[in-house]
Design a protein around this ligand. Structure first.
Ligand SMILES: [Zn+2]
Ligand SMILES: [Zn+2]
Length: 135
C-alpha cells in the first residue's frame, strides 16, 4: 500500500515524537495515530473474477489496478469507505473537513447553509459559533 503523508498527518506524528518520554511510548503512540490517519483515508480494493475475495486496501485506484492486472485480466475495482470518517461523522473528529469552532468537531455537511457559506452546526446540543475549517 503506497501512501504519501499529508502535511497535517506528519504534524500529528511530530507532535507525538516531541512530547514522548521514551522511544517505546513514542512508538506506541505513533502506531495508534497512524492507524487513525489511515482510517480517514479513501482506499481501493480489487475483486478478481472467480475469486471470492477482495484484495486491498490500496492507497489509490491506480495502485489497485496495477496489482490487479498482474493477477487477473478480469477484475473489479471497489472503493472502500474509510471507517474513521463514518465514526467521525457520528462522533466528531479532529481532522480537516471537521469544524473547530468552540467545541464543535462535526463534519462540514452537518452545518446549515448561511447564504452561500456554511453557518452554525445543525446539532442542537453543539455550541458551534459557525463553521470554521480546521488547519
Ligand atoms: Zn457541531
Ligand atoms: Zn461547527
Amino acid at each position: 500500500m503506497k501512501i504519501t503523508p499529508r502535511k497535517n498527518e506528519l504534524a500529528a506524528i511530530v507532535e507525538i515524537l516531541e512530547a514522548a518520554k521514551s522511544f517505546e511510548d513514542a512508538a506506541r503512540a505513533v502506531y495508534k495515530r497512524a492507524a487513525e490517519v489511515l482510517a480517514m483515508r479513501d482506499t481501493w480494493a480489487f475483486v478478481p473474477e472467480g475469486m471470492g475475495v477482495a484484495v486491498g486496501p490500496y492507497g489509490s485506484r491506480k495502485e489497485a489496478e496495477e496489482v490487479a492486472s498482474r493477477i487477473s485480466t478480469s477484475y473489479r475495482i471497489v472503493p472502500l469507505s474509510p471507517p474513521g470518517r463514518l465514526e467521525g461523522n457520528l462522533d466528531g473528529a479532529e481532522w480537516s473537513g471537521y469544524c473547530c469552532s468552540n467545541s464543535c468537531t462535526h463534519a462540514r455537511f452537518m452545518h446549515l447553509m448561511d447564504g452561500t457559506s456554511y453557518g452554525k452546526c445543525s446539532d442542537k446540543k453543539c455550541s458551534c459559533g459557525g463553521w470554521r475549517e480546521r488547519k
